[in-house]
Design a protein around this ligand. Structure first.
Ligand code: PEP
Length: 252
């Protein structure tokens, strides 16, 4: 069975002081229990603060994004090698806010995925359809396209450090979550695609997280689906009690 993961995406929230406190509260709540993997993605400037807070605990550190080059004249960008250097285990790539608000293409997302993997990081690759695409019943083709494009050039060996996150754009920060059945159906479908591209054995091990308005009261229904291996949590990750309740919902 695949281990469940619950990852908090703090987006562009917190201050140095509240980031430190929130991380400390999560570390305290998790204690030594590593049955559910827990990860925190603070904003870039607070990564070292949160790295310090999670040191020695099972809570892992991740970034919200990275650039696709090791180093160079790329003002304002952050290299995945730098993230690895300061203790990040993983980075998100292709979050829908970056796709839709910052205009990131599938091509740049793929380059970021490959760079982060080259840097030795784990990658949480986010895919998701918009409301218009779902209403036009185009979600399947959109998701398959994002999946194939995002993982283009990734080997079956490197795929062992990839986690997929299905985040329907219409569910992120809107309070409208996909139903457990809707999310399960998509995950199952993408896992079948992974089997075609990478082989059944690798696909079976690939973790699929659901993201989009996961809250303590809907977490259990979502996280107990056979192909849902955890959650990527935005809003509810900013309150330690809510986030920890979601982690608890992932317990075996
Ligand atoms: C996210 O930011 O990845 C997310 C799923 O946000 P929310 O939980 O707030 O919908």
């Amino acid at each position: 069975v695949r281990k469940k993961w619950v990852i908090g995406n703090w987006k562009m929230f917190t201050t140095a002081a509240t980031a430190k406190q929130l991380a400390a509260d999560v570390v305290k709540g998790v204690g030594g229990d590593d049955r559910v993997g827990v990860g925190l993605c603070p904003p870039f400037p607070y990564l070292p603060i949160v790295a310090e807070a999670v040191r020695g605990s099972p809570v892992e550190l991740g970034a919200q994004d990275c650039y696709c080059e090791k180093e160079g004249a790329f003002t304002g960008e952050v290299s995945p090698w730098m993230l690895a250097d300061i203790g990040c285990l993983f980075t998100l790539v292709g979050h829908s806010e970056r796709r839709h608000k910052l205009g990131e293409s599938d091509d740049i997302i793929n380059r970021k995925v490959r760079a982060a993997l080259d840097a030795g990081l784990y990658v949480v690759l986010c895919v998701g359809e918009t409301l218009t695409q779902r209403e036009a019943k185009r979600q399947e083709s959109v998701l398959l396209f994002q999946f194939d494009a995002g993982l283009s050039g990734v080997t079956a060996e490197a795929l062992k450090r990839v986690v997929l996150a299905y985040e329907p754009v219409w569910a992120i920060g809107t309070g409208k979550n996909a139903t457990a059945e809707q999310a399960q159906e998509v995950h199952h479908h993408l896992r079948r695609r992974a089997a075609v591209l990478f082989g059944a054995e690798v696909a079976e091990k690939l973790p699929f997280l659901y993201g989009g308005s996961v809250k303590p009261d809907n977490a259990h229904a979502l996280l107990t689906q056979p192909d849902i291996d955890g959650g990527l949590i935005g809003g509810a990750s900013l309150k330690a009690a809510d986030f920890l309740a979601i982690v608890k919902a992932g317990l075996p």
